[in-house]
Ligand binder design. Sequence first.
Ligand SMILES: C[S@@+](CC[C@H](N)C(=O)[O-])C[C@H]1O[C@@H](n2cnc3c(N)ncnc32)[C@H](O)[C@@H]1O
Length: 298
Amino acid sequence: MFELKLLCPEERVEVVSEAFDALDALSVSVEDADAQTDAERALFGEPGMPAPRPGWERSRVTALFATQPAAEEAARLLALQDFFDGCEILGVTAVPEQDWVRLTQSQFEPVPITGDFWIVPSWHEPPPGAIRTIRLDPGLAFGTGTHPTTRMCLRWIARQGAQAGAAGLGRTLDYGCGSGILAIGAARFGAAPIDAVDIDPAAVQATQDNARANGVELHAGLPEQAQGRYQTVLANILATPLKVLAPLLCAHLAPGGHLVLAGILERQAEELQEAYAPFVRLAVADSEDGWILMVAQG
Ligand SMILES: C[S@@+](CC[C@H](N)C(=O)[O-])C[C@H]1O[C@@H](n2cnc3c(N)ncnc32)[C@H](O)[C@@H]1O
């Protein structure tokens, strides 16, 4: 494949990008041509100052073409247009062949939660010693195990699951399930039955698909699907929604059950404790990279 690169003033970027579409470019990308130089300008405004103009002063526009003649013909045609005034062709270069699938896959390696509990992409063999695995590929919904908040929840599940033994984690609610990773992880430690809910229909679909791929039985749906009390309530969202959800999540917590909250920064611990104080006593149970896990018993 071949790349045609141009320099464009901000006001020409849209029309040039549309022209590339019309010239059958396979893709078009736009970058700040002054990035990492003294001429680079911030796009955000200072408080009290007028908002800056949208877009960069000068953009580097790159269009991808299947062949060198197609890229050179596009450059020739563009240079003839009135709207090309102020733009400059930087050249056509060959793009080295890459195995894009392999390159993307290499960025997602198996993730250990404990010594024998791993998240493993579908294209990998489970590492030796991985007794329990969650098979999961990156997709549209949050939750591949690369984020500390997800990992802390899974560590708690593994610890609690091991302690609970045959009793397992009991009836479990994964509130804000994303990819369904926590629900599937809980199933590996004996949680049943499991409800996994999310406000995002794409997350509900991802959870259903991932559960099926992992041979896990659960009920995925929108938040109204959460009904009654649960022995384990997991919610990895963010501090603000978690505060708003305090009465609802606590109403779903069975007496003696565990409430497990993540998506909270260290400095937000007290505000979460205050929001949940009318219902339960939250305590910090784990931390990683500035994020904390907070747990309470019903
Ligand atoms: C940080 S992701 C966590 C995904 C997964 N549970 C994990 O631990 O990796 C948060 C998820 O909560 C969902 N969410 C955000 N606000 C919500 C709400 N008020 N009710 C239900 N789900 C919500 C988002 O759509 C998103 O999928």
